[in-house]
Design a protein around this ligand. Structure first.
Ligand code: SAM
Length: 291
């Protein structure tokens, strides 16, 4: 029976193992059963599922995952937490605990070994200091992730869902929306964690598209262009792309591509939709190929 999702039991575990929460690892443990239940429900986990949990901490959400899923692999960087996890998860036979940095784990290999390469689900209360690199690895690499249900900083959740022309719109919005459908499930105040973070949080579910909603001939080129456009947010799109210096096109050629799609010369990257970035990337590709 899951037992840790409250302050009293969490404090007991921390005292039993003389643990200090590690700020450098973004350790804010969930102590609210209502939020834990919402996460499990949003992830739509069944006994057929293999779930990857990133950063199990003392095993709070892991207990819920073990009760709902067929099998769970939990990757925790902090070696001090491994004996704790072995204790708090001792009642479950469907868990594998790995002491590793998730950014160094070969997730495709893990999914192949544990789940025969079939689609799996990721569920995590993420360490906020590395949310974007974790997410980009899961989305950009061709691992068979079906959905990602994660706790993130509220501001990051806003960026994932942002639309063109808004202050939150940027490279993360475009990358997430190219690969997945983002939905905010619930807002989570600091009081639901121990220790309390300084920022508000949101649980987000990303359901991966089987096929991206727009077509581009060169995905890598499109994402380089997106990064270049938002690197220098206050510059025009022409200057952002030109200053990036990696597209091997003259400023006039970049202008031709942008104006050829019907945009004014001074348009900024933040005005373009995902589909327009895809079309612009195709125009770039044509020009680069005939050089
Ligand atoms: N899942 C627990 C919960 O909800 O109470 C803990 C969540 S806490 C926000 C983030 C966890 O991720 C911590 O246990 C931390 O040690 C772990 N972590 C931080 N960086 C990591 C990394 N690079 N790879 C794997 N785990 C990491």
């Amino acid at each position: 029976m899951a037992s840790l999702g409250n302050p009293k039991n969490t404090i007991q575990i921390l005292q039993k193992y003389r643990l200090q929460t590690q700020k450098k690892y973004g350790q804010n443990f969930l102590v609210d059963t209502r939020i834990l239940e919402k996460i499990i429900e949003a992830a739509q986990i069944t006994r057929q599922d293999f779930v990857l949990e990133i950063g199990p901490g003392i095993g709070t959400m892991t207990q819920y995952l073990c009760e709902a899923a067929g099998a769970v692999a939990a990757v925790e960087i902090d070696a001090h937490l491994i004996p704790v996890l072995e204790d708090t998860l001792s009642g479950y036979s469907n868990i594998e605990i790995l002491n590793a940095d998730i950014l160094k784990v070969d997730i495709a290999k893990l999914a192949e070994e544990k789940n025969g390469g079939k689609p799996f689900k990721v569920v995590a209360n993420l360490p906020y200091y590395i949310t974007t690199p974790i997410l980009m690895r899961l989305l950009e690499s061709r691992v068979p992730v079906e959905s990602i249900t994660i706790m993130v900083q509220k501001e990051v959740a806003d960026r994932m869902q942002a639309k063109p022309g808004t202050k939150d719109y940027g490279a993360l919005s475009l990358a997430v929306q190219y690969f997945a459908k983002p939905e905010v499930i619930v807002q989570v105040p600091p009081g639901c964690f121990l220790p309390q973070p300084k920022v508000g949080s949101s649980v987000v579910r990303l359901t991966r598209y089987e096929k991206p909603p727009v077509e581009t001939e060169d995905e890598a080129l499109m994402f380089s262009m997106i990064r270049a456009s938002f690197n220098q947010r206050r510059k025009t799109l022409v200057n952002g792309l030109c200053n990036f210096g990696q597209f091997h096109l003259e400023k006039e050629e970049i202008k031709e591509c942008i104006c050829g799609l019907g945009f004014p010369e001074n348009v900024r990257g933040e005005a373009l939709t995902l589909e327009q970035f895809a079309r612009l990337a195709n125009e770039f590709k044509k020009k680069i190929c005939i050089k």
